[in-house]
Design a protein around this ligand. Structure first.
Ligand SMILES: Cc1cc2nc3c(=O)[nH]c(=O)nc-3n(C[C@H](O)[C@H](O)[C@H](O)COP(=O)(O)OP(=O)(O)OC[C@H]3O[C@@H](n4cnc5c(N)ncnc54)[C@H](O)[C@@H]3O)c2cc1C
Length: 419
């Protein structure tokens, strides 16, 4: 196979082949004939979660299905589609997803498999919108799992790191379409943010706070308000309203971002920070993210602020968001309303590695769960112990994938008994 890497270029996939089947029958044959295979989404993960020594299969060439059920408020999508393929179609039908990640470029199946999230005190991970999925198991058979109908399996198969099989389609809950306006405050000091954390994160439907750790402040605080929403005041908690659009990463083109300054727009063109036609984030970067119980937000921020001097040289930008608890066994927000501390690092793992360990040590008292698709050096056994349903997940994987066709080194590290 020609060398294939993830989006960031830090993982060179070891797979012996990358297949792009164009039909369900072709996919079934491939899966049934392969001793070790795994789905690849759009390759936006920074961790080795998609990496396998076996074969990779992309569903991007499979027939694109976006089946809107306006009556039920649901949309069934084929698993190879990206949010940027699905969202405009849904909006045209008068419906909306409850939330989106910072970028719409990622596949729905890949995002859901890693517990990807956006922000908002009441917004759960994107996976929590899944009400049903079709899963291809190792012999090429299709199993349909539905929320409610299969309580012993469904909550384990949604955020599943690709370990239960190949998801071929997903049904997502959708509500009525809505408009959003976003505003950005500049330079809210850390002290005000820690003291008023709940007020800030409750100030809009979705709130993101950005810092580069160079000063003790959030350089940008993005408020995404659903219409009709109030106009924000010119100053707030020591910060001031931006009078021009901004990009969270210094020096990156502003046009890559979704419009700000209170300009109303449809949900899918405001909830992500980045526009689908342009490079998201910095482009040259690594990422890590840790989710902990929201009650620790202020203390954890103070612990990280003490590391500012070591963070500033290797962080392009950090983002702080909130994620509502869900019940998906491997979701980093499982069972706890969470605050997520994210790091967009410089693309230099030698420089980043030691600082990442400093971050993990500072956050350790709060038992963080690392984002499955981002970099972490916390021992798998320690992470596994932070998931109360990990043993159920191990049982489920053994039941659905007895011969380990979908296993990878990373998944194995978490699934080992005692890990
Ligand atoms: C610039 C940038 C910004 C990001 N912003 C956010 C953010 O705002 N919030 C956040 O939470 N994360 C964010 N991420 C992380 C990203 O959302 C996750 O890494 C996500 O998994 C990427 O989706 P993907 O389609 O690229 O999946 P991949 O990286 O291709 O795969 C991820 C996992 O999904 C599995 N998978 C993919 N398709 C299937 C399938 N059909 N069936 C079964 N398993 C499957 C793979 O096997 C693998 O285990 C960001 C990443 C980047 C690069």
């Amino acid at each position: 196979m020609d060398s294939v890497a993830n989006w960031a270029g830090n993982v060179a996939f070891r797979a012996t082949a990358l297949h792009r089947p164009a039909s369900m029958a072709e996919l079934q044959r491939l899966v049934a004939d392969s001793p070790r295979i795994r789905a690849l989404g759009t390759g936006h993960s920074f961790s080795g979660v998609a990496d396998t020594g076996g074969e990779l299969v992309s569903l991007a060439s499979m027939p694109a299905v976006v089946k809107v059920d306006s009556q039920r408020g649901a949309v069934r999508v084929s698993a190879g589609l990206r949010y940027s393929d699905v969202a405009p179609r849904l909006h045209a039908a008068g419906l909306a997803l409850g939330n989106m990640a910072s970028l719409p470029h990622i596949s729905v199946a890949g995002a859901v498999a890693t517990g990807t999230h956006g922000s908002g005190n009441s917004n759960k991970s994107l996976a929590a919108a899944v009400s049903a999925l079709d899963l291809m198991t190792a012999d090429g058979d299709l199993v349909t799992l539905e929320r409610g109908a299969d309580p012993d399996r469904f909550p384990g198969t949604v955020v599943a790191l690709g370990a239960c099989g190949i998801v071929t389609s997903l049904t997502l809950e959708a509500g009525p379409a809505f408009a959003v306006r976003q505003w950005v405050y500049l330079d809210v000091p850390f002290t005000a943010a820690a003291e008023h954390f709940d007020e800030i994160t409750a100030a809009a439907y979705s709130v993101s706070m950005f810092t580069d750790w160079r000063q003790q402040r959030f350089t940008q605080t993005w408020l995404k308000r659903r219409e009709p929403g109030q106009e924000p005041p010119a100053t707030w908690l020591g910060g001031r309203l931006a009078d021009a659009d901004v990009h969270p990463v210094a020096g990156m083109p502003v046009r890559n971002c979704t419009p700000q300054l209170g300009l109303p727009g449809p949900w899918h063109e405001r909830l992500p920070h980045f526009r689908s036609e342009f490079t998201p984030s910095a482009g040259a970067e690594l990422q890590s993210e840790f989710l902990l119980h929201r009650e620790h937000a202020g203390t954890a921020l103070a612990a990280l602020a003490r590391l500012s001097a070591v963070l500033a040289p290797v962080v392009q930008v950090s983002e702080v968001r909130t994620v509502a608890a869900d019940d998906l066994w491997l979701s980093p927000a499982f069972g706890r309303d969470s605050v997520a501390f994210h790091f967009t690092w410089v693309p230099d793992i030698a420089a980043v590695g030691p600082v990442l360990q400093n971050v993990e040590a500072a956050l350790a008292p709060f038992e963080p769960r690392p984002h499955w698709g981002k970099l972490s050096s916390i021992a798998p056994a320690v992470v596994a112990a932070r998931y109360p349903r990990m043993d159920d997940f191990r049982r489920l994987v053994a039941e659905l994938d007895g011969h380990g066709a979908f296993r990878t080194d990373m998944v194995d590290a978490y699934l080992q008994p005692g890990a």
